[in-house]
Design a protein around this ligand. Structure first.
Ligand code: PLP
Length: 420
């Protein structure tokens, strides 16, 4: 009887009937390795869900969490309340960001941050006397989390369908075409567009690198038409592309940057939006001005912020941020040979410490849910990777030893052999 036995835990993005009873029960972690309940060890080649950029059980972060729990464990920053870790974190993140006169709004994760940025974009134009600027444009294959706006501007068909009508005044353009973006702005009427949301490298949608000049071109088009250029750096920030926010790899100044995941080393839930001074200014200008009637209970949670401050210290002290760029060629070199495998259509790598391995149509037709099967086969080889729509993604912690990159390549090669 359903519900009589089995798990009571409903997993995100899971075929629960298949997962129930076949879970990978994780029990412990250390650095880039995790151990299951039977004692088997796995190399965490996905940094959990692209977030544990420092690896696992980082002593400085654990110590900061324990110290903060012993001081001020929890309090909201609703209204006029504040706490030192939240203030310090916002100041540090604002200073590091390639955004003019930045302010930082803190949230509980990436989806929160995207919806915050979308509402801020619309509110901005309400204040500017352009209330018709409502439309938000995303990209095909884009992933922006599972909240209302993030679902609506996401470009992965399987995630956007099945819910009935989504948020009005949203659309997606082909992820790699500037002419398509320009056409879409004209189709809607540029004076009706509030913002364009852009992942520097598309993550969950496939690890899709932008064509040369795309990001700069999109930012220029936005500027030309008065549209806000919003970067979704939830995956790409905190060293994944070798810089603080990922977007510094391109010559642009965003109006907002949404971040999460690696900000706390992926250890506690935390996200936020870096907002340009121009957008934030009306809210800060004078008492009696506009109020952002928006924000989660745990905005500025002192323990999450203390964890993030310690994570930033470790990124800085151990020179981990540039490692995402230093290792990008090594990761690509380890994965390139997989192109020779008959099941592999392409290896997408070379910008940051992340990569996508796309399976051929024949391989995908031959095995039901081939990406999921490949993820399980890699697990059997002791390597944790993450399924993509057309294959698998690799995004190890920045702390991974250069030699261990080879273990990832070897594990995936063996998994591919097991698949066909
Ligand atoms: N944006 C991007 C680019 C993401 O990859 C994700 C999550 O993977 C999100 C937003 C949503 O973040 P969260 O899962 O913390 O809500």
């Amino acid at each position: 009887m359903p519900g009589e036995s089995g798990t009571r835990l409903w997993h995100p993005f899971a075929d629960m009937a298949a997962v129930d009873g076949a879970e990978l029960m994780l029990d412990a972690a250390d650095g880039c390795w995790v151990t299951d309940a039977d004692g088997a060890r796995y190399l965490d080649a996905s940094a959990s869900l692209w977030c544990c950029n420092l690896g696992h059980r980082v002593p400085e972060v654990n110590a900061a969490i324990a110290a903060q729990l012993d001081r001020l464990d929890s309090y909201s920053t609703f209204g006029d309340y504040t706490n030192a870790p939240a203030e310090q974190l916002a100041a540090r993140l604002a200073t590091l960001a390639p955004v003019d006169d930045a302010r930082v709004f803190l949230t509980s994760g990436g989806g929160d941050s995207i919806d915050t940025a979308a509402k801020l974009a619309r509110a901005h134009f309400q204040h500017m006397g352009q209330p018709e600027r409502l439309h938000i444009v995303g990209r095909t294959h884009g992933y922006h989390g599972t909240h209302g706006f993030g679902t609506s501007i996401g470009g992965i068909e399987a995630n956007t369908s099945g819910w009935g009508p989504l948020m009005p005044h949203t659309s997606s353009v082909p992820y790699d075409s500037l002419p398509a973006l320009e056409q879409e702005l004209h189709r809607i009427g540029p004076e009706r567009v509030a913002a364009f949301f852009c992942e520097p490298v598309i993550g969950a949608g496939g690890v899709l690198l932008p064509p040369e000049g795309y990001v700069e071109g999109a930012a220029a088009l936005c500027r030309e038409h008065g549209v806000l250029f919003v970067v979704d750096a939830v995956i790409c920030a905190f060293g994944r592309l070798g810089t603080w926010y990922g977007i510094e790899r391109f010559d642009v100044r965003p109006d907002m940057i949404a971040f999460a995941k690696g900000v706390s080393g992926g250890i506690l839930p935390l996200g936020g939006v870096v907002v340009s001074g121009e957008i934030a200014q009306p809210y800060f200008a004078a008492p009696g001005g506009p109020i952002l009637r928006h924000g989660p209970t745990y905005s500025g949670h002192p323990v999450c912020c203390a964890a993030a401050l310690a994570a930033l210290d470790v990124y800085e002290r151990d020179l981990l941020i540039p490692r995402g760029q230093q290792l990008e060629g090594d990761l690509a070199a380890v994965l390139e040979p997989l192109k020779q495998h008959p099941a592999v259509a392409e290896v997408r790598a070379g910008l940051g410490l992340l990569a996508g391995i796309g399976l051929t149509e024949a391989a995908r037709a031959a095995t039901p849910n081939a990406p999921g099967a490949l993820q399980r086969a890699a697990r059997h080889e002791g390597v944790l990777v993450r399924a993509l729509p057309d294959g698998i993604a690799v995004s190890p912690p920045l702390t991974i030893a250069q030699d261990d990159l080879r273990l990832i390549g070897d594990g995936i090669a063996a998994a591919l052999d097991a698949l066909v």
